[in-house]
Write a protein that binds this ligand. Sequence first.
Ligand SMILES: *Cc1c(COP(=O)(O)O)cnc(C)c1O
Length: 231
Amino acid sequence: MIEENVLKIRQRICSLCSKINRDPDSITIVAVSKGRSKEQIGECVAIGITEIGENRVQEAIAKYKALTAQGSQIRTIKWHMVGHLQTNKARNAVEIFDLIQSVDSMHLALEIDRQAAKIDKVQSILVQVNTSGEPTKFGLKPSDTIEVIKQMARLKNIDITGLMTIAPIGGQPEKVRSYFRILRLLLDKINDLGLTSQKLKVLSMGMTDDFQIAIEEGSNMVRLGRAIFEG
Ligand SMILES: *Cc1c(COP(=O)(O)O)cnc(C)c1O
């Protein structure tokens, strides 16, 4: 089932990209495997999906340990933290995650920087922005983002590589599109202002229900759970 699902997703991305004149290979699929088994993650890896997203540190550590103990193919996994990260879990998070997508405060960035320094790591992160303004969602306000990124850019042990947002579930397509557009414009603005040592490249937006709209709006990283694991 996973293989068929992924094939369908790749086909959809390909046909969409040919319509909007984008390179389908420029779009990274992250399989969000919260609640799924290590065997299901193994199936993803076997068909070339090596970016794996988790939303809880404890669950991720258990899977990480189980999978790194196995065959070498599994070692190619890049682990993404996509859920809200509590400051007291930052130490464990920097030990296993290749990319922490959900950095939503200076306070958290400082702690990630401190913990990463201890293990001599430069931790790649995305800054999460709450583009819809929904009170239940984590993420910086768009209007605060530039100022916060200016401060985060001074930290030596984090590398800001892009921005992430989560659109409201079941939102109207045109509304959802506007929330993705806000994130893309913000990324362009940050790059125009030259706030970070390297230009931000990653725009992580789009999930099962809205990844096609997200790609039309410039997403180059989609985070898919149900589309991959349910059929
Ligand atoms: C669960 C989750 C996803 C995947 O959601 P689906 O709708 O199942 O594709 C993506 N991003 C985050 C942050 C998630 O928590």
